[in-house]
Write a protein that binds this ligand. Structure first.
Ligand code: 6PG
Length: 471
């Protein structure tokens, strides 16, 4: 029996994706550099009545596929993708589709699309979110590539994707790199969301002296309200877990050095290139960087050991905890508004016409940032022209109701000497964004003085240069 689809790269994500596809009834060819992995997976698929056709060589793999072929690459991002495409190319024929389902830099996806143009092969970049379990049982899938190719992939992608109240969390979002771009912004938002949760955790731990178990209960409670989301849910699980050997909360034994594979950083770089600075995402990426310099931080802690913080700012009573909850919810709205604003800017810049409401919809299940809140965003972005979420009426009332809490939390944290880089970035962005008369009139005056960079005037049309006094 010929396979309807093939997966190259059977690491954790590839293997789970292949099993997912096979389980949905599609005969799937599998190839891995160490080919034993493909045979193991074939065995596993047999267990649930699925078919994975294992291949020892790329030639065998390609021969196992029904033409025109659909080949999904699930290999590490970077040159390995290029190498894999180069290895496959001589074996493929006109009309075959190569899908890169890894966490690619969208710039690479755009380049690869160009390189394969006119070759007879179609290249499709798709973003897949949901970690291992998502890949196995239903991820959120963000597809790019040519619109006319999408219908070929649609039945399989819809079958394997997560479902939100029955509707599949997958969509074609735009040409070439659109899918990977949206996945990158998803990850940037993921970073911001995680960082803001960590900052609130820091306030509870260092400002209120709460134990991990007590914090687990609070997050579990929050997960029933407006903050209901996968990330808040896992936070409660993380905080409740005990180290089997010492019996201590495991989170207390984990070093405070965050890793990163780079997608959050890409999101921030692209945001900056588009002039749509996403400051909460930036704060989150930077905070991971600072966190990894543990030795340096220990030295700085010693150097400033004499500094007295104004303790006692925060209160652990019901109102105090509710204030933290509301601050987090409000900052989260601002972070998502930034992420969506970056996508809006990219959509215009790259001519993708990104369906922002559809993006919120396919993020409601399967992906790491899935939450109740995304459903609210979906309904806002549905209603016509895209605007910054912060000025959508529903969010105006929510942010108006919550900004006081965010402001108090940021102010108290500042007085306590507790770092809240993402929460404070959210507040600063909000205050900046809602200020009709900003301060860059002075920046323009300075630029004009030292570089004759010119300026516009409020009271007259045109471009002006002033002869400033010589300094
Ligand atoms: C997802 C995740 C996934 C991966 C991140 C982790 O959506 O499923 O975002 O892609 O877990 O790449 O990123 P860092 O290693 O950079 O934290």
């Amino acid at each position: 029996e010929q396979a309807e689809i093939g997966v190259v790269g059977l690491g954790t994500m590839g293997a789970n994706l292949a099993l997912n596809i096979a389980e949905k009834g599609f005969v799937t060819a599998g190839y891995n550099r160490t080919h034993e992995k493909a045979f193991e997976l074939a065995e596993e698929a047999r267990g649930f009545g699925g078919t994975i056709v294992p291949a020892k060589t790329l030639e065998e793999f390609v021969a196992a596929l029904k033409a025109p072929r659909v080949i999904v690459l699930m290999v590490p991002a970077g040159t390995i993708v290029d190498d894999q495409i180069a290895a496959l190319r001589p074996l493929l024929s006109d009309g075959d589709i190569v899908v890169d389902a890894g966490n690619a830099d969208f710039n690479d996806t755009v380049r690869r699309t160009r390189e394969l143009e006119g070759s007879g092969l179609h290249f499709v970049g798709i973003g897949v979110s949901g970690g291992e379990l998502g890949a196995r049982h239903g991820p959120s899938i963000m597809a790019g590539g040519p619109a006319e190719i999408y219908p070929r992939l649609q039945p399989i992608l819809e079958a394997i994707s997560a479902k939100y109240e029955g509707s599949p969390c997958v969509a074609h979002l735009g040409t070439d790199g659109a899918g990977h771009f949206v996945k990158t912004i998803h990850n940037g938002i993921e970073y911001a969301d995680m960082q803001m949760i960590a900052e609130i955790y820091g306030i509870m731990r260092d400002g209120l002296g709460l134990e991990a178990g007590a914090m687990a209960d609070i997050f579990a409670e929050w997960n029933k309200g407006g903050l209901s989301s996968y990330l808040v849910e896992i936070t409660a699980v993380n905080l409740a877990e005990k180290d089997p050997e010492t019996g201590q909360p495991l989170v207390d034994l984990i070093t405070d050095e965050a890793g990163q594979k780079g997608t959050g950083r890409w999101a921030v770089i692209e945001a900056q290139k588009l002039g749509a600075g996403a400051t909460t995402l930036e704060a989150a990426v930077s905070a991971r960087g600072v966190s990894s310099r543990r030795g340096e931080r220990a030295r700085a802690a010693e150097a400033y050991a004499g500094l007295a913080a104004t303790s006692g700012q925060f209160s652990g009573d019901k109102a105090g905890i509710a204030e933290l909850e509301q601050a987090l919810e409000t900052a989260k709205i601002i972070a998502y508004a930034q992420g969506f604003a970056v996508m809006d800017a990219a959509s215009k810049e790259f001519g993708w016409n990104l369906p922002l409401g559809e993006i919120a919809r396919i993020w409601r299940a399967g992906c790491i940032i899935r939450s109740r809140f995304l459903d609210d965003i979906a309904s806002v972005t549905d209603s016509g022209e895209t605007v910054n979420l912060l000025v959508a009426p529903d969010f105006v009332s929510r942010v108006s109701a919550g900004e006081g809490a965010l402001r108090k939390v940021v102010a108290k944290a500042a007085l306590s000497g507790l770092p809240v880089p993402a929460l404070s970035a959210a507040l600063a962005y909000f205050d900046d964004y809602r200020r009709a008369r900003g301060t860059t009139n002075l920046t323009q005056a300075q630029r004009d003085l030292f570089g004759a960079h010119t300026f516009h005037r409020l009271d007259r049309e045109g471009t002006f240069h002033h002869r400033w006094p010589a300094v």
